[in-house]
Design a protein around this ligand. Sequence first.
Ligand SMILES: *Cc1c(COP(=O)(O)O)cnc(C)c1O
Length: 357
Amino acid sequence: MQKHYTGLIERYRDRLPVSKATRIISLCEGNTPLIQLQNIPRMIGKDVEIYVKFEGLNPTGSFKDRGMTMAVTKAVESGSQAIICASTGNTSASAAAYAARAGIKAFVLIPEGKIALGKLAQTLMYNATIIQINGNFDQGMELVKEVANHAPVSIVNSINPFRLEGQKTAAFEIVDELGFAPDYHCLPVGNAGNISAYWKGYKEYATDRVCGNRPVMCGYQAAGAAPFVAGHKIDYPETVATAIRIGNPQSWDLAIEAQQESGGWFDKFADQQILAAQKMLSQFEGIFCEPASATSLAGALNDIGTGKIPEGSKIVCTLTGNGIKDPEIAMQQCAEAKPVTIEADLDAVKRAILDCL
Ligand SMILES: *Cc1c(COP(=O)(O)O)cnc(C)c1O
């Protein structure tokens, strides 16, 4: 009988910084589906294979769980009783969940009014202490770095190197499943930890000859929050994709390295394009991701359209988080599709159906 899946640290133990004695804090994260798109490639009339790595199916609904299982495991191993992070929402939900699992305390700093409803609800339910600030993520991040020097708390943002160690396993899973690395890997870029972690994972596998190739890394940002495209920090980042509403990415150098070493690029897309990609995925493939996540597909479709990503390519887009986290945006996206209300009788229901066919 096969041993049941107990999380990414157990699966990739020999490639992660844990010992036999380490108590693993896990919620069985990772092992997310790699789904090949069927309808969208046909609709755009291009001969490409597009796969989406649906990270929204992690325990708290985002890829942050990959990093958090490692970061919290190591925090507990070092004797920490409390963790802290700044967050646009998903890091706080994930930190709160893993702290609950470990039996330690979580503090999260979030920008007031700028995190999606589902993420706030999760963080409350997991019983973290939420500190809302009148400021954005970047300001929260600076405060967290400061306060960690003055209070006994471990930072679990992606400046914590264990976060990237955990997150690199997503690249391993893709190669293990496909048998090769894709030609292009597209993902949304906010604080830039994830693009750095994927590149680390792909490089490690290529170096150890688990696969013979490495992908070109394509990092996509929201137009109002695109420091990598601008080439400098942005003071007042704005986008509907709150998970990537970041102007001062902490993993700047690592992300530039990933782009340069892989021969990749950064680009930016308007909120409207991001939302259109989110709706397209739901409508035509049955895959509901959050707005920030859809930036990867918006970028891929754009670059396939222009030929920058040529036909014949195999492309993986990371869908970083679950669409259910942001019900307000989803309802706005579907404002015209308001449900009809009718009498509770057979004729009325029949008419409602026939009217739609
Ligand atoms: C955190 C997050 C991102 C950005 O990832 P970085 O590692 O900060 O670049 C993108 N999408 C979602 C849904 C996220 O939660």
